[in-house]
Ligand binder design. Structure first.
Ligand code: PLP
Length: 479
């Protein structure tokens, strides 16, 4: 069915109206808002102008290669990359991480069953890499107070099957920088690569260095760091679809480059996972990075950092709520005492116009509320503190989300390895998530569902949520 221009525009706007806002600083996960309308405008202009170009062949579109090389150069200088470093522009943090793991694995063909050593706080993208690339993750608990990786335990976990050791700067879940120096030293002593995941911190922490002398070292300046990921679609405030993976040398990158001449078509030559690759995001990133510039990045980073610290201070005065770990960057994780739960606070905040992200417990780490601060949130620091205090008071008045014992028993009895459609449908009905004809209906308030999932083991959470995604992602029936 064709639609005219106005109909299409109206339909797109109507669909978009149901999304979380990307601008205004009230969505504290997923999106990053510089608050600079001019940066958004120039990014959108470049995105549109290069949308149809193709990074598949750098000789056909040399503009894209030039912009990628420029961005890799700028990123490398931000994170003290050594002479001779090399990098690639990817579609996002997860792709950068997949490639770092692939490069590390394939550099060690002598290891039949490779492993990587991860702090428990390493981003889930490493678990995806582990799963896709068949590299066994060896999880090491973090310090329960600081939530930083435990370097001695990480060193002890390295063995002759280890192909990669990972640290975060900072971790997404708690916003703390791992002690990269001892971790990278242990990796180097064992002859193993060390990746620093600075996907979220890579463009913000360097701009805070001058004002924060105590920042733990985490860049290529640390001996033993062999690769580092940093995302531009986060704190470089560029449109989505751009991350950079840097290697200390071109040789270290070699094992994730790919060529295939084994067919009668063009020789496929790829530096990343994508082959056809829109030039739009790269051009947009190039435009935004040059528009904002180092000085303004510094002031944006300081605004976001100040907002983070201000809220951490305000949380001290909110009964029932506290900071899970002292924040090293622009992310905050909050925990509750027994009087309430993070899931109800998240619902209460949504009613007040804020999206804060609930994070479930894992091993000894309790459930938390995650807040990613953008520069644009700084203007509303007082408001968010007031609303968080109100939301927490409401959550305390309601008490922790009640979990019907039969429902928990029913869910807990499920074996994640054998969950079938009928059992899943029965569970949805028992949890009040099934409509008249059995279809999935998500509730307005998510706390009861999140609290139930939080009470279940991670493997079970995974299959249940995959069941939800599977039911959500179905073709629209013909109208
Ligand atoms: C530390 C860290 N690593 C990796 C990622 C994954 O990045 P992406 O969502 O761009 O794939 C994120 C995303 O928030 C992150 O914070």
């Amino acid at each position: 069915m064709t639609m005219d221009h106005d109909e299409i525009r109206n339909a797109l706007q109507a669909m978009r109206a149901r999304d979380l806002p990307t601008h205004g600083g009230r969505t504290l996960a997923y999106v990053y808002d510089s608050g600079l309308a001019s940066a958004d405008a120039i990014g959108r202009e470049a995105l549109a102008a290069f949308a149809s170009t193709n990074g598949l062949d750098p000789t056909a579109f040399p503009s894209l290669l030039q912009m990628e090389n420029d961005l890799v150069g700028i990123a490398g200088r931000l994170v003290d990359a050594p002479d001779g470093f090399a990098g690639v522009v990817t579609s996002g943090g997860t792709e950068s991480i997949l490639l770092a793991v692939l490069a590390a694995r394939d550099a060690r063909p002598d290891v039949a069953a490779p492993r990587m050593v991860l702090p428990t706080t390493a981003h889930a993208a490493f678990h995806k890499a582990a799963h896709w690339l068949r590299v066994e993750p060896v999880l090491v608990d973090v310090d329960p107070a600081t939530k930083r990786a435990d370097p001695a335990a990480m060193a002890a976990a390295i063995d002759d099957r280890t192909v990669l050791v990972v640290a975060s700067a900072p971790s997404y879940a708690h916003g703390v920088i791992d002690p990269v120096e001892p971790i990278a030293a242990a990796a180097a002593a064992a002859g193993v690569r060390c990746h620093v995941d600075a996907c979220i911190g890579g463009w913000v922490l360097p701009h805070l260095r001058d004002s924060e002398a105590g920042q733990l070292p985490w860049t290529f300046g640390v001996e033993g760091v062999t690769s580092l990921s940093l995302d531009l679609h986060k704190y470089a405030y560029t449109p989505k679809g751009v991350s950079v993976l840097l290697h200390a040398s071109a040789e270290l990158r070699r094992t994730h480059l790919f060529a295939s001449a084994r067919w009668p078509g063009y020789t496929m030559l790829n530096t990343t996972a994508q082959s056809t690759k829109s030039g739009g995001p790269v051009a947009a990133a190039w435009a935004v990075v040059h528009h904002i510039g180092a000085d303004r990045y510094t002031s944006l980073a300081r605004d976001a950092r100040q907002a983070t610290l201000d809220l951490a201070t305000a949380v001290d005065g909110i009964p029932g709520l506290s900071v899970a770990a002292a924040p090293d960057s622009t992310l905050l994780a909050l925990v509750t005492d027994d009087s309430c739960d993070v899931f109800t606070i998240s619902d209460e905040m949504l009613e007040r116009g804020w999206f804060v992200q609930p994070q479930m417990r894992f091993r000894d780490l309790p459930a938390t509320l995650h807040l990613t601060f953008s520069a644009a949130t700084a203007a509303s620091s007082d408001l968010i503190a007031t609303d968080l205090a109100d939301a927490t008071a409401a959550a305390r008045a309601a008490g922790p989300a009640a979990l019907p014992a039969e429902l928990v028993a029913m869910a807990s009895a499920i074996d994640p390895a054998t969950l079938d459609e009928a059992t899943f449908t029965g569970l949805l009905a028992a949890a009040g998530l099934a409509g008249g004809d059995g279809e999935l209906v998500l509730p307005e308030r998510m706390a009861p569902v999140n609290a139930l999932l939080d009470a279940l083991p991670p493997e079970l959470r995974e299959v249940l949520l995959l069941g939800v995604v599977d039911r959500l992602a179905r073709p629209t029936p013909p109208r």
